[in-house]
Design a protein around this ligand. Sequence first.
Ligand SMILES: Cc1ncc(COP(=O)(O)O)c(C=O)c1O
Length: 398
Amino acid sequence: MEYRISERIGQLHSSAVRDILKLTQGNEIISFAGGLPAEELFPLEAVRDAAARVFQKGSGSLQYGVTEGYLSLREQLCTRMAVKGMKVEPEQMILTTGSQQALDLLARVLTNPGDIVLVENPTYLSSLQVFSMHGLTVIPVESDKDGMIMESLEALLRQHRPAMIYVVPTFGNPTGRVWSLERRQGLLALSRQFGVPILEDDPYGDIRFDPQADYPTLYSLEGEADGGTVFYMGSFSKTVAPALRTGWAMGDRGIIGMLAKAKQASDLHSSTLDQQTVSELLTHFPLDDHIRKISAAYGSRMRQMEQLLLQRNWQDLTWVQPQGGMFLWLELPEGLDAEALLRAAVTKGVAFVPGAPFFAGTPKRNTARMNFTYTEGERMRQGIERFAEAVDEFLARC
Ligand SMILES: Cc1ncc(COP(=O)(O)O)c(C=O)c1O
């Protein structure tokens, strides 16, 4: 039959990049493309023990659960959040299927089709997909290495009266950038002045290469959830394992209640088994030690990638050294199209993500996102070698 397809899904283009990257699966391709944590660093034993403990308790973990999420885990999370200066009660928090679902639910509750959302430029690709699915118009705010530029933000707030502002202030995807304290405070002040909520997405904040570094979340700077402007999203995907699909959103309890209604309509609740496993893990496993361990490993992988790139002595290839997170954001020579470079790179056996799809407005085609967490050692060396061959051939042609 001829299917009638919704306009929303029709507008979601399958990107050329995704199509190229599909070709790389299962092949002998060294991939810097995915946002994947290092598999060999997953706390496998601890997750296995936690799951075993859940089953020892009986069959409750196989039952339906409450939409807001397993209460013990919410309570544990509230305690963890308090350590970071984030005051929150279980009623101000909902557990979600990854923070991706938190973003989707917030967009459902806080916007209507046709509304405007302001984002950093560039921004997290899958946030753009969520906003497109909800019929939102995305407007990028001019941004630099310290975050959104406040003059640009203020002008857009005045002009468009957007429904919300979406940001990843600490180790953003794709840029790895960290917002300065001044910009964080500026954003909060403007969002209050214009009455526009902020969605603070923070899946990478714990992955800091300098353990002493302190980047206060917008939520902690605001200090109050109820009636506040900030909705904070967190995730165990990068700190424990993405397959547990456990994330959360927190903020004003009235809005969190509405998220629960939206979630009920969507999937009733997230996996009880996964949530109870995470809860047992937090009880018996020193997660903060584990986070320090993976952060140190990722820091050294980032430095390895940086060294390998520096050895090539390319004049016009630049990046800002990330202080955490999972990505190195490359600016390639002006005029070089990273999508064409990807095609060449794939033939050499290496993949990365061209930067263009991360831009909501006019893309900078000479940009690329390189993941440094999934690969290490000799494999990383080989991957950068292949990448370099592709770049050199490209530069010779320019
Ligand atoms: C900025 C950002 N937000 C949200 C997510 C979604 O993460 P998850 O749903 O696994 O918690 C990701 C995943 O890569 C991300 O990079």
